[in-house]
Design a protein around this ligand. Structure first.
Ligand SMILES: NC(=O)c1ccc[n+]([C@@H]2O[C@H](COP(=O)([O-])OP(=O)(O)OC[C@H]3O[C@@H](n4cnc5c(N)ncnc54)[C@H](O)[C@@H]3O)[C@@H](O)[C@H]2O)c1
Length: 258
């Protein structure tokens, strides 16, 4: 296998592995030799990913749980250590989007939920993943932020606040663990064809309509396909990618060139 994409002998934790980016990335890593600790709050979705990853030849452990629960984050690392002898890769991907609402209509419960899942979910992950990787003298963490983490996101202020926080956590962790050989980066996708968008309340399920509605502000005039984001995730986690650290990479069809 091309060493750029050879994940043999690597073990990876992926949260939100029951759907969308997390499920697709799990399969790509499985095909390239990684052993996987897959987690999601949705047991059904997780089972489907587990079956696909095993069919691709991977060793897989699954844990159903909530990323907002610190004990869950600790358990994922402990399971990886018990079964695979440690972790080399962690992808803090689980996340939720709020229903659109103007900032003057911000709901306290929605804001709490955003901070619990999208911020604490990443922070607790880092808390346990980083020392475990340092113990193995290296590793790579990928936090899933968003274009809403890099700029304003009209009608989803709580999501923008949470995704900006993910970048703050990413950069801080990158500084703190660089000398132990751990790289920590964030990916910032534009709207993408995953269930988060396709099944949202403003979607009819038509990609053409979503391209017109959500993609019109992008130079490419369309939203992303799931695998256009997943291939960048693989590149960011590649064992040969050893100097990229502490960055938040937009994958946005050229939005940030404007
Ligand atoms: N799809 C997009 O347009 C887009 C754009 C930018 C960033 N993102 C981010 O990408 C990440 C993955 O989203 P996706 O698009 O694949 O969506 P998705 O809804 O398909 O997948 C998200 C997964 O996270 C899981 N999850 C939700 N809350 C959880 C919790 N509390 N604990 C554990 N698991 C939980 C869900 O069950 C689901 O399986 C999210 O962080 C999202 O904010 C998505």
């Amino acid at each position: 296998m091309d060493p750029l994409l050879d994940f043999g002998a690597k073990s990876a934790i992926i949260t939100g592995a029951g759907s969308g980016f997390g499920a697709a990335l799990a399969l790509e890593l499985a095909k390239r030799g990684a052993s996987l600790v897959l987690a999601d709050i949705n047991a059904e979705g997780l089972q489907v990913t587990e079956a696909e990853a095993k069919a691709a030849g991977a060793k897989v452990i699954c844990e159903v749980g909530n990323v907002a629960d610190e004990a869950h984050a600790k358990l994922l690392v402990e399971r990886a250590q018990q079964v695979f002898g440690g972790i080399d890769i962690a992808v803090n991907n689980a996340g939720i989007a709020p229903a659109p609402a103007a900032i003057d209509q911000l709901d306290a419960e929605v804001l709490d939920k955003q901070l619990d899942v999208n911020v604490k979910g990443v922070a607790y992950g880092l808390k346990y993943q980083l020392p475990a990787m340092a113990a193995k003298q290296g590793g790579a963490v990928l936090n899933v932020s968003s274009m809403a983490g890099l700029g304003g996101a009209p009608l989803v202020a709580s999501y923008a606040a949470a995704k900006h926080a993910v970048i703050g956590l990413t950069k801080t962790a990158a500084f703190e663990y660089a000398r132990q050989g751990v790289r920590v980066n964030a990916i910032c996708p534009f709207f993408t064809q995953t269930p988060m968008v396709m099944d949202s309340e403003f979607s009819t399920g038509s990609v053409e309509e979503l391209d017109k509605m959500l993609g019109r502000s992008s130079p490419m005039k369309r939203i992303a396909e799931r695998d256009e984001i997943v291939c960048v995730m693989l590149m960011m986690l590649s064992p040969k990618n050893t100097y990229m650290n502490g960055v938040a990479i937009p994958v946005d069809g050229g939005m940030s060139a404007l």
